[in-house]
Design a binder for this molecule. Sequence first.
Ligand code: HEM
Length: 429
Amino acid sequence: MSGPSDRLSRYTPAIFACAFINFVLAQLAAAGGMTWPALPLLAPTTLAVVHLTTLGWLTLLMLGALFQFVPVISNRPLPSQRLVLATLVLFECGLWTLVAGFIGFAGALGDLLPAGAVGVLVAVALGIANLLAPLSHAARRSLPARFVLAGLGSLIVTIALGVCFALALQVPSLAARLGPLLGAGLPAHLLAGLAGWLTLTAVGVSYKLLPMFLLAPEERGALAEAVFALLAGGTALAIAGAVSFALLHSSICGTIETAGVALAGVGTALYLGDVARIYRSRRRRTIELHNRAVLAAFLALGLLLPAALLWQVGADFATPLLVALALSGWLSGLAVTQLYKIVAFLSWLVHFGGKLGTATVPRVQDLVNESRGVLGFGLFFGGVAVQGAGAALAASGPFRVGTALCLLGTLALGREYWRAWRLRYVAQA
Ligand code: HEM
């Protein structure tokens, strides 16, 4: 007989908690003026905060979600729960070593940069090793599994490039060979990290979660297959073009990169069309709060299309605008909204999953109080809008005020996650 613990990835709640703390610290630092636009784009503390967000928050959160999600889509358990714990511990050690290395990379702490990079690489390799067997099993019949596999492939490319950057910066004997990648390889690192890893995986996970929580058909047909082909194929082409451009400086590589970005852009537009179709075909009449709030994240994804166009034509402000929109609006927006439901769902599994059919149990939505959640989402997405304007104008004041609003929203939502986890609203009822 399968109990609730079989269905809950044992360390996923701890992974979510660590990722959440990393996010709060990153926002505190950015609101405190330790990043661009108050400082240069590649300033040590900007890089530290960017990686606290991309690795510490989004990558760790995504891995935690995959440890829970992959057994569900593949109908197979993970080979090892201990490996999940090892991944978490090693990842956090690698992350904080990397962050210290970024901050002190001009001084005595510089050697920590490659050490942290290798730590993160090993942690992620362990995580992927755990996910690979169930994912490969599901890949032929499950579209989300194919998205996740493509995302994990891009994660390896992102981190491999990051390790090369760190070695080029800190190991003089390798600097001559890896030097060309530093700077020129940054577009490839951004494409692989933000588009390849985080966006492909988020889209894949959303193809399971949105129909599940909106009660819409999970079978998405030819349109979703086209989204996969265009998004994954376009991103792979763009990454290949960007890496070869960094190494060969040939204009044809630049053209390949542009073609890849264009294909991925068409894939994104089709995906947004498919999301609208999911909402229209839902059987759940009232849309729950997290699925209303996530529309703001989809709006940010849509705005990434003109921002990417500006990036391709070389507009100066396009890179920070793109990074801010992608990290805060789209990816973090998707994360905070889906966590609202996922935490309640995991809490329900822990407390009531085993009692279903033998006792009266509350519904998952009874574990949250939507009228209280509204404030957190309002502050968060209001902050994203102000921060985005600050990024477009490279204006430190609005950027910091926007980030502070996002932080307040995140903390307000954190309180709601905690209340759902501890069954506060059920106890009150
Ligand atoms: C071990 C892992 C990683 C290492 C060692 C690393 C290292 C680096 C380095 C050294 C730079 C500066 C490059 C330059 O000066 O040209 C950089 C930039 C950047 N990386 Fe990473 N990276 C890692 C993982 C990631 C991941 C997973 C993501 C996203 C998902 C990411 C996103 C970024 C972004 C957005 C920038 C640009 C920052 C800015 O413009 O201020 N990195 N990375």
